[in-house]
Design a protein around this ligand. Structure first.
Ligand code: ASP
Ligand code: MG
Length: 470
């Protein structure tokens, strides 16, 4: 029997309407004879609000923190009441919700008393989002006739103790999944669990990092050797570019893991890059689907994508970047010079996106952030430093550019009118990126899209729906 892990993001469980839609999608998979494991995020925006409550409490704003918690309590209670009509089940669920919020309030009061928020307590506070959503959703499934079983994700997803971004322990996860999930599946049940939350071997709550529910789904898919992992979101899958910028963007029907991983960096909204790894290792396809448009086939992410007659699969843009030029005009670069530069970024815990070097200069790009003046001050001990914000990185991704000559010429002739600051082609050879002014970005994307998706390959791109729109 084929097994599918279905993950529903925050917008797919944001309110009773969304949860009903999700319940219907899951019921459809079960009716089709699939063994199904469901992973859910917290209801949309709840994670942010819990983090805000924790921060407020730790700054001494006890009233503010409790007010956030009280609004969340009402939202969860109202959602549960709207979904569960069987009186005994509704009472049990509401009781549970009240208990959970009582204990959350207890923690917030504690934070307001000690005025300190450790990563460990932050994980505990934020875990309430998924702990609550998974309970409500499991009850809603049961109410609608799906044989759901709530499972506390912290009993399955075991991690190390790096709170805030804990590293999963695969062997233990596999063991726990075999012990706890397999029997439920064999009894025809649908395990429903929260994504993102986990525990270390001492049962202390951890989390996998923001957006980590996709990661949970991939870990479970890997542990259970699932046939597919479905990531249900609120977009139709990976697109050839942002449809808000480029109205004739097309859905990419199939893409390789490697291409999707390159794009993930730009569109974390669609997919968490770490999702890719546990699935790639076991060769499990990942499907990105839209819970608001379930008939759409979404994007299928597989190990090796079929050959595509278009060189690129997608054009992505990352804005709000800064470029830093380090010029050692007084001396040629000496041994250890690059290391010294990178050590400074490391010291400020600032990830570097793109690097280009010449004999005497190094240009680096980073997300614009308030540490830049400090970084620049440190770098100026080594050389002359300039930095500039409001930059955008445009990135074209496609396996079929590997080994093709003349690609760069085609790309840059499509955007002749734009001033390009930095160019890079990663070692993966499937991405071509360049840096331009933010204000030129949308126009550049439209020009590139027009140039490279004139005759899209129908095997790879959803050409049909473009025809339908026109
Ligand atoms: N709720 C968590 C977050 O917002 C995890 C997730 O939704 O993937 O980051
Ligand atoms: Mg997400």
């Amino acid at each position: 029997m084929s097994l599918v892990v279905m993950k529903f993001g925050g917008t797919s469980v944001e309110d009773p309407t969304a949860i009903n839609r999700t319940a219907a999608i899951v019921a459809g998979r079960v009716a089709a004879g699939k063994q199904t494991v469901v992973v859910v995020s917290a209801m949309s925006k709840v994670t942010d609000q819990l983090l805000r409550a924790a921060a407020a409490a730790a700054q001494g704003d006890r009233t503010g923190a409790l007010a956030i918690s009280s609004r969340l309590r009402a939202r969860h209670r109202d959602t549960a009441c709207a979904l569960i009509k069987t009186p005994a089940d509704a009472a049990a669920l509401c009781n549970l919700i009240e208990q959970k919020f009582d204990s959350l309030d207890e923690i917030l009061r504690g934070l307001a008393a000690i005025l300190e928020l450790t990563p460990r307590i932050s994980d505990l506070v934020v875990s309430y989002g998924e702990r609550l959503s998974s309970r409500i959703i499991a009850a809603a499934f049961t109410e609608r006739g799906t044989n759901a079983a709530h499972v506390d994700a912290r009993e399955i997803i075991i991690t190390d103790s790096q709170f805030g971004k804990a590293v999963p322990l695969d062997v233990l996860i596999e063991k726990r999944a075999a012990e706890h999930l397999r029997p439920l599946l064999d009894q025809g049940k649908v395990p429903v669990m929260g994504g993102f939350i986990a525990a270390n071997e001492q049962n202390i709550t951890t989390t996998l990092g923001r957006g980590g529910s996709d990661f949970t789904a991939a870990l479970l898919g890997g542990a259970l050797a699932a046939d597919a992992i479905e990531i249900w979101t609120d977009v139709d899958g990976i697109m050839t570019s942002d449809p808000r910028v480029c109205p004739d963007a097309l859905r990419v029907k199939v893409i390789s893991f490697e291409e999707a991983a390159e794009l993930a960096y730009f569109g974390a909204k669609v997919l968490h890059p770490a999702t890719i790894l546990p699935a790639v290792r076991k060769n499990i396809p990942v499907l990105v689907l839209n819970s608001k448009n379930p008939a759409n086939e979404g994007t299928r992410i597989i190990s090796i994508a079929p050959h595509c007659s278009s060189p690129f699969k997608s054009i992505a843009v990352k804005k709000k970047l800064s470029i830093i030029d380090v010029v050692a005009s007084r001396m040629l670069m000496t041994h250890g010079y690059l290391k010294a530069i990178f050590d400074i970024f490391d010291k400020h815990q600032c990830p570097v996106d793109m690097v280009s070097t010449s004999e005497v200069s190094v240009s680096l790009t980073v997300d614009s952030n308030d540490k830049l003046p400090l970084i620049a001050a440190d770098l100026s001990q080594l050389a002359d430093v300039k930095y500039e914000g409001k930059k955008a990185l445009v990135c074209l991704v496609g396996e079929d550019i590997r080994g093709q000559s003349g690609m760069a010429a085609q790309v840059f002739s499509a955007i002749k009118h734009v001033n390009v600051r930095m160019i890079s082609q990663g070692a993966s050879e499937i991405n071509m990126s360049f840096m331009i002014d933010e204000e030129d970005a949308d126009e550049a994307v439209r020009s590139l899209h027009a140039a490279f998706f004139k005759e899209p390959d129908p095997v790879v791109f959803d050409v049909e729906s473009r025809k339908a729109v026109v």
